[in-house]
Design a protein around this ligand. Structure first.
Ligand SMILES: Nc1ncnc2c1ncn2[C@@H]1O[C@H](COP(=O)(O)OP(=O)(O)O)[C@@H](O)[C@H]1O
Ligand SMILES: [Mg+2]
Length: 238
């Protein structure tokens, strides 16, 4: 469990937010073995804005899923705020995801039957935040992403860009250590892409640590660092 003591220890010892140590992820067996990740080392420090690039099938989403504790390495170790997560059980991982990680996907993954406000409030229910506080915090988060006038709308009443901003508000609502975005602009047109990227820039300026997967050079240029994947390995960090 990620305790206060651990967070204090982390501050003193300056651990990276996220550290992959020789992380491999294999699928299948024998002749059909796929090395989705092959001994990947990566450090993400507080305040970083890292873009992840590479051809389709190079291991980007697999790496993001491991960073996001949605999946576990086959071999190697993943440390989140100095805590090795590979031995945690599913409940502990769910708790860690809720408290320490925010995830934004290409297809938004919002609850269709819930309003923007309810979507953003959801992670706070799991985090046991009292109901009246939830509403105030969710309203603030939706204001932060420029959607204060659309709080009562359901996803199908919002544009793609607006839906992605709801998803971003939901991802940051519990003040995660790490915001992970897997091709967040992949389903958006170019002007909406610009709006969403400006929002990531603002969040980064406010101190949020971001790892973002993209195919597009224009998107990667917004980041401070780029990690390039090929065949399950990082072949370049610049
Ligand atoms: N659940 C899975 N089962 C089998 N193979 C998978 C699975 N997920 C990913 N892979 C394989 O692992 C490799 C890396 O996939 P992925 O991380 O999704 O790549 P990217 O996001 O860079 O396109 C690919 O060869 C892919 O087919
Ligand atoms: Mg992918």
């Amino acid at each position: 469990m990620l305790t206060k003591e651990l967070l204090v220890k982390n501050t003193i010892t300056h651990n990276p937010v996220a550290k992959l140590l020789k992380v491999s992820k294999f699928y299948g067996h024998g002749d059909l073995l796929v090395k989705a990740l092959d001994e990947v080392n990566l450090e993400v420090n507080k305040g970083d804005y890292l873009a992840v690039m590479g051809a389709s099938g190079s291991g980007k989403s697999t790496a993001m899923n491991i960073l996001g504790c949605l999946d576990k390495p086959t071999k190697g170790s993943y440390q989140l705020n100095g805590l090795s997560v590979e031995n945690l059980d599913d409940d502990a991982l769910a708790d860690l995801r809720n408290k320490e990680l925010g995830f934004v996907f290409q297809q938004f993954h919002l609850l269709q039957d819930a309003t923007a406000l309810e979507n953003v409030m959801l992670p706070m229910i799991y985090a046991s935040i009292p109901p009246d506080e939830r509403k105030i915090l969710a309203e603030k988060a939706l204001e932060r992403v420029g959607l204060h006038e659309r709080m009562q709308n359901r996803p199908n009443q919002l544009s793609g860009g607006q839906q992605q901003r709801v998803a971003i508000a939901r991802a940051i609502i519990n003040q995660p250590s790490l915001l992970l975005a897997d091709e967040p602009t992949g389903a958006l047109d170019s002007s909406t892409t610009e709006d969403v990227l400006r929002l990531f820039d603002e969040l980064h300026d406010q101190g949020i640590t971001i790892v973002l997967v993209t195919h597009e050079d224009e998107v990667a240029k917004r980041a401070q660092k780029v990690a390039k994947f090929k065949d399950g390995k990082i072949i370049e960090i610049s």
